[in-house]
Structure formats: C-alpha cells, structure tokens
Design a protein around this ligand. Structure first.
Ligand SMILES: [Zn+2]
Length: 236
C-alpha cells in the first residue's frame, strides 16, 4: 500500500504491530476544507496523514478563530481523543490537500487500550505535540509577524517537502493569529528581501537559508523536538 511509510507514527511502530494496523487502514484523499473532527464530538475516524496538512482551530464566541496547531505526516490527528473522555473543544480540517490512512476511531481506540506498542507511540506523539503547542503559544505572544511567517513557511515546506506550494491568505492569517493586512505586509517584506515569492496564493521559497535566518528560534526548537521524538525519522 502506497504511503504507509510516510507517516512517522506508523513508521515508528514495530513491524508486526504496524502491519496489523496497515491491514485495516484505508487510504483516503482529503480535499481542502474537509472536516476531520468537530468540537465536543467523538471522531468517526482516526487519520494518519500521509501527505498535506490539517489545522487545529479554536473558535471564540464572537466567531473569531485561530489556529492552535497543525498535523502533517508526523502523527495521528485524533491522538488527543484517545487519551480519555474529555470533550475536545477544537475542530480540525484540511488546510492543504491531503492523503491519509484511516480506520474507525473506535477500532483504533481498542488497539490503543490493548497494545502497549500502539499506546507508547501515540503517547509519544501527544507529548511532542503538547510541547509544540506550548512553543507556538509563546511564539504567537512574543515574536513578530514577519519572523513567525518565516517560521511557518519553513514548517509547511518541511511537511509538504517542496519549496513551492499554495497557501491561502486566510490560512496564513489564521495561523499567525493576525489580520490579513499584517500577513500581506509580512509576506511583502520577506519578498522584498528576496527570500520568497508570493503570487496568487503560490509561495515559492527562493532562499531557504535566508528564510531560516529570518525565522524566529521556534522553527529550530520545534524541528529539534520532532528529531528527538522520532529518533531521526522526522522530515529533513
Ligand atoms: Zn517564534
């Protein structure tokens, strides 16, 4: 089955355990804006992303929303739901066309409860995601829009493994917790410095090293967390 090795959590499982799961996982294509789970609901499926990006978003009572995390090929989208019965107030949907391997959530929940190897990998995934959420919360509070945008563009680059990709301004604004005008200004400044090209939603990273120098320290911190947690199997 194509794509089975491109999810880092699946790849981290012992072969027998991984093959047993893969035999029951179905490949699916997930177009832009597909909802993976809604607030306060038990997910119908568990998704191991094999390409693309999903966003975790919190909505406020006035309708404003902000992205609080992302899932790419590093983990299991519904991993927090496996930990207990608490209602999860976030929603998650596809931000960049994605593919995934999925199975009914209840089936994976049974595996999680019965198999130590699955439990260990999921807990490791949740632990790394928890640290990353904390880092990004501090980042959004302390770092300027331009360095955050540089950090974000590099994180997306690592997940889609391409220097060029499409991103909507809405996505970037949500991700940065900033107004569109702020995002436009930050993207314009990165473009003026010759680090990226941005036109009609298409981002091209022209100078990756320069972009990394312009990104806040959170890019390297988050990348190191992945490298540490997945023992060198994280995206380069
Ligand atoms: Zn930062």
């Amino acid at each position: 089955m194509a794509g089975q090795a491109s999810n880092l959590l699946l790849a981290s499982l012992p072969p027998a355990c991984r093959n047993s799961l893969i035999a029951r996982l179905k490949p699916v294509t997930l177009p832009l804006r597909t909802a993976l789970y809604e607030p306060d609901e038990t997910p119908k499926f568990a998704h191991f992303i094999t390409s693309g990006i999903a966003s975790i978003v919190i909505s406020m009572s006035d309708g404003a929303s902000s992205e609080v995390g992302v899932w790419g090929t590093e983990g299991l989208v519904e991993s927090f739901h496996l930990l207990g019965r608490a209602r999860i107030p976030t929603r998650c949907f596809i931000q960049m066309d994605a593919t995934a391997l999925r199975m009914p959530f209840k089936e994976l929940q049974k595996e999680f409860l019965e198999k130590a190897e699955v439990r260990q990998s999921v807990l490791q995934c949740v632990q790394s995601q928890g640290f990353i959420l904390g880092q990004l919360a501090a980042c959004n509070r302390l770092h300027e829009a331009e360095e955050r945008l540089a950090r974000w563009l590099l994180m997306v680059r690592d997940r889609v493994q391409s220097e060029a990709y499409f991103l909507t301004q809405e996505f970037m604004a949500n991700m940065l917790g900033a107004r569109r005008t702020t995002v436009t200004a930050a993207a314009g400044e990165l473009q003026r410095k010759g680090l990226i090209k941005y036109s009609r939603g298409r981002v091209s990273i022209v100078d990756p090293e320069g972009l990394e120098r312009n990104a806040c320290e959170c890019y390297r911190t988050v990348k190191k967390l992945y490298l540490d947690f997945y023992s060198g199997t994280a995206p380069a």
